[in-house]
Design a protein around this ligand. Structure first.
Ligand code: ACO
Length: 348
């Protein structure tokens, strides 16, 4: 039995803000942002768009690919999507910026709008590692029950709405977007010759670093109070240097452990899709491990850091441009708030 990826999709808001656009509003420059992060632009969701809206669009694109309905249009496509949605047994959605705090989960909103009436639905909170955690969660839930066959796994974020636009050290880093994959339990082997699908995952956490990336207000620890004058919405606070050090270490260690556990070398890996937080983190980890830079797929220049959405957005972009061939070995690697980290090895 293998858990294979059979469709990918993404949703990117049309409004594109370049570094030069930002420099007109805050004290920064294209030169600083590019040289410190590799970011050139970000896409920002309109006020009327919520996390589930981007998630739904990405999910439909992934479902259309899985159902072979990519080239259909209009009512024909809608009918194919409605039928395909009924084949889903599970929706797992990673986000730190869901439509509502607590309940309902954003996954449930997507389940309803998609018409996935046979699917259980839940959110996973693991910040930027959320997609890696969600893929493993969905794969585990498919594996454990013979009646479950297909899952939709989504990463969706509207980070620009929780950025602190008075803090130039963080607000320039983030963008909005969603990415999704459809995974299916198949009869292919997951080990030995001809192995396919999700081969292994490493997940980890270090909660002692919780303070380094935190939404301090609005939860049960520090709720907004009646009568309080709120001068700032609930926003991300980040200790950039601490996250940077954690990221370089965990990316390096996790890639090394994935290769060792699978008994392979980096030469066996066709592409690495890292969480797109900072090109410098990827370059530093690549240098430590002796991995050629071209092995990493980076699109941070266009989308900035979209947290849990960054890996599935990159996966879809690479897939649709023909950069992933059947039987290619793909490695994903991520880190983020919690602090959390993880990586997957997938035969495409
Ligand atoms: N424009 C211009 N100058 C800036 C900006 C800006 N946007 N932001 C900071 N600066 C200035 C600072 O004020 C400081 O000036 P000073 O030396 O005069 O005091 C100088 O630049 C250096 O600031 P640092 O914060 O030390 O810059 P650093 O080189 O550490 O880079 C960065 C900051 C890019 C945030 C880096 O620490 C980093 O990438 N950390 C990892 C962050 C990350 O990966 N976060 C995401 C993971 S979790 C998630 O994805 C949600």
């Amino acid at each position: 039995m293998a858990i294979e990826v059979i469709g990918t999709g993404r949703a990117i808001p049309p409004q594109r803000i370049t570094n030069d656009d930002l420099a007109k509003r805050i004290d920064t420059s294209d030169e600083w942002i590019r040289s410190h992060t590799g970011i050139g632009a970000r896409h920002i969701a309109g006020d009327e768009t919520a996390c589930s809206d981007l998630a739904l669009e990405a999910a439909k694109n992934a479902l259309a690919m899985a159902a072979g309905a990519d080239t259909l249009t209009g009512a024909e496509k809608e009918a194919a999507l409605a039928e395909a949605a009924l084949t889903l047994d599970l929706i797992v959605l990673a986000t730190a910026t869901g439509d509502y705090p607590g309940s309902p989960s954003t996954a449930c909103i997507v389940q309803d709008k998609l018409g996935a009436r046979n699917a259980a639905a839940m959110d996973v909170g693991a910040a930027c590692s959320g997609f890696i955690y969600s893929l493993e969660t969905a794969a585990g839930l498919l594996s454990i029950n013979k009646n479950r066959k297909r899952a939709l796994v989504i990463g969706s974020e509207i980070l620009t709405r929780v950025a602190d636009w008075t803090d130039r050290g963080t607000c320039v880093l983030f963008g909005d977007g969603a990415g999704a994959v459809i995974i299916e339990k198949t009869g292919a082997p997951s080990e030995g010759p001809g192995k396919r699908g999700l081969l292994r995952t490493i997940l980890g956490a270090d909660g002692s670093g919780a303070e380094h990336l935190i939404f301090r207000r609005g939860g049960s620890r520090s709720p907004f109070k009646i009568g309080e004058t709120v001068v700032k919405h609930s926003c991300i606070e980040m200790n950039g240097q601490a996250v940077y050090n954690f990221a370089v270490k965990t990316v390096t260690d996790t890639i090394g452990r994935l290769l060792e556990q699978e008994g392979i070398t980096i030469a066996d890996v066709a592409r690495i899709i890292p969480h797109q937080a900072n090109a410098r983190i990827v370059q530093a980890a690549g240098k430590r491990l002796g991995i050629p830079e071209e092995k990493f797929f980076l699109n941070i220049g266009e989308y900035a850091n979209t947290s849990s959405a960054s890996i599935p957005i990159a996966m879809d972009e690479l897939n649709r441009k023909g950069g992933l061939k059947r039987s290619d070995l793909l490695l994903t690697i991520g880190f983020g708030g919690g602090l959390t980290y993880g990586g997957n090895l997938i035969v495409w």
